[in-house]
Ligand binder design. Structure first.
Ligand code: ASP
Length: 453
């Protein structure tokens, strides 16, 4: 018997109709033993996600605005879903009470209040889904992250899982013989305070659970059939990816593939657990399997992604390659202003450092450039803005000849000036820096060149 952890995102749980689909998926395979849920998302484009309503509620309470409107909207949404599912409990009353209790408990601590209210979406939804499964005859139980010992910590502003959570979850969950419904997105610190991951963090909970119980598979149900070779809004009928590696997904996610939370890959990758992306609205579809080692290759490139919002610091100094510690001195100056960088391609007499625009603010840029000019006696130091990064990704390129030249030819034939190019040491991706305005055009041209469509 296999053990499968399934995670369902907000769109999969946005209405009674969607939750019925989830139930069908679960009851169709007894190996699906652990179900991680998000808060209800939008049932139609005009709606607001429950998590957004809860964030607005927390801000309203903190700023002494009227928050009742948000409480009503959240409670009514849960009430409606529960009634449509034929549940006996009055979720409208229960959720209203729960939100008021959280506000009462944390009203004097705005950060704790924000976390507690954000978590209420997933927490109440897990209870509701477990109730519905029970009503349908499945032996389901809601498991609270507190009782299962799902501990997190806030490390310099980044919420992450504490190592003992793995054992705690494993021990607790393996003793449950029922179908476990577990809320995503939050856990507790050792003092008992609620902590939440960043947005979309239920993916991370699912991955951590899968790693803890050493599941055979982590199924992440969303509202797309699979991962495509480019974002589907860029080209008609994009090439579907049947299989890819975690590393390929990570590279593509870095520049814009937002299918999964970026921290969701690491726990399953480390435990070698295949991650299957599937569509709740088409569960029989092939989906995309993400694994450590691929066996299925249907082209040199796996995917192409791109993202705007980068800038480059250029440093030029004749005989730079002979100067010991030069790059370190540059990086030291940058670190003095607490600015993280993304990539650092270099030549013998020049160095380029790529940043996200939002971290290199104009004042920091001025201070850094001035110090490099003054302290390091360089020939030139300046920043160019409005750069997009395009990533051409594929593990198969490692053993293929001419991938870079094919990509460069495609871009040059399209009249796109390449401002910089980097091939990472792992040789699974090539990065191109180009003008932001050409980002989508470049992705389409590369797609044509490699996927022949
Ligand atoms: N509900 C949270 C969000 O909207 C977390 C999640 O859905 O994964 O970001």
């Amino acid at each position: 018997m296999e053990e499968i952890v399934c995670k369902f995102g907000g769109s999969s749980l946005a209405s009674a109709e969607q939750i019925r689909k989830v139930w069908h998926i679960i009851e169709s395979d007894p190996n699906r033993r652990y179900v991680v849920v998000s808060a209800p998302g939008k049932a139609n484009p005009g709606e607001t996600k429950i998590t957004d309503l809860l964030i607005n509620l927390a801000s309203a309470v903190t700023n002494h605005f009227e928050g009742q409107h948000y409480i009503d909207l959240v409670a009514q949404k849960f009430g409606q879903i529960a009634r449509d599912l034929g549940l006996e409990k009055d979720y409208e009353v229960l959720v209203r009470q729960d939100l008021n209790d959280r506000i009462e408990k944390y009203k004097n601590n705005s950060q704790a209040l924000m976390n507690a209210l954000k978590a209420a979406g997933e927490d109440n939804n897990a209870k509701l889904v477990a109730d519905f499964f029970k009503k349908q005859g499945l032996p389901a139980i809601y498991v609270s992250p507190a009782e299962a010992g799902f501990y997190l910590e806030n490390h310099k502003g980044v919420v992450r899982c504490l190592p003992d959570s793995y054992d705690n979850l494993r021990e607790y969950l393996l003793e449950r013989h029922e179908l476990v419904v577990f809320p995503g997105f939050f856990g507790y610190d050792k003092e008992g305070n609620i902590l939440t991951f960043t947005r979309g963090g239920s993916d991370v909970t699912g991955s951590l659970l899968a790693a803890s119980v050493q599941a055979d598979r982590y199924e992440n149900f969303t509202d797309v059939d699979c991962v495509y070779a480019v974002k589907p809004d860029l080209v008609p009928n994009p090439h579907p990816i049947k299989e890819m590696t975690y590393d390929e997904m990570r590279e593509l996610a870095y520049t814009g593939f937002n299918i999964l939370h970026e921290d969701a890959l690491e726990p399953v990758r480390r435990h070698n657990i295949p991650l299957h992306i599937l569509n709740t609205n088409n569960p029989g579809g092939m989906g995309t399997i993400i694994v450590n080692r691929r066996t299925d290759f249907d082209g040199i490139l796996t995917g192409i992604s791109g993202k705007k919002g980068f800038c480059v610091l250029h440093v030029e100094k004749y005989l730079m390659n002979q100067e010991v510690g030069f790059a370190m001195d540059v990086l030291k100056i940058i670190a003095d202003y607490n600015v993280p960088f993304e990539h650092m391609p270099s030549g013998i007499d020049s160095l380029s450092i790529i940043f996200r625009e939002e971290v290199l603010t104009p004042d920091k840029e001025r201070l850094i450039v001035n110090r490099i000019l003054k302290e390091l006696e360089v020939d030139a130091c300046y920043v160019t803005h409005e750069l997009a990064i395009i990533m051409a990704v594929g593990v198969a390129m490692k053993n293929a000849v001419g991938v870079l030249s094919r990509a460069v030819s495609a871009l040059s034939a399209a009249g796109i000036n390449i401002e910089l190019v980097v091939q990472g040491p792992s040789e699974i991706s090539i990065l191109f820096g180009i003008k932001s305005t050409l980002c989508n055009y470049a992705i389409r041209e590369l797609y044509k060149a490699f996927f022949n469509r």
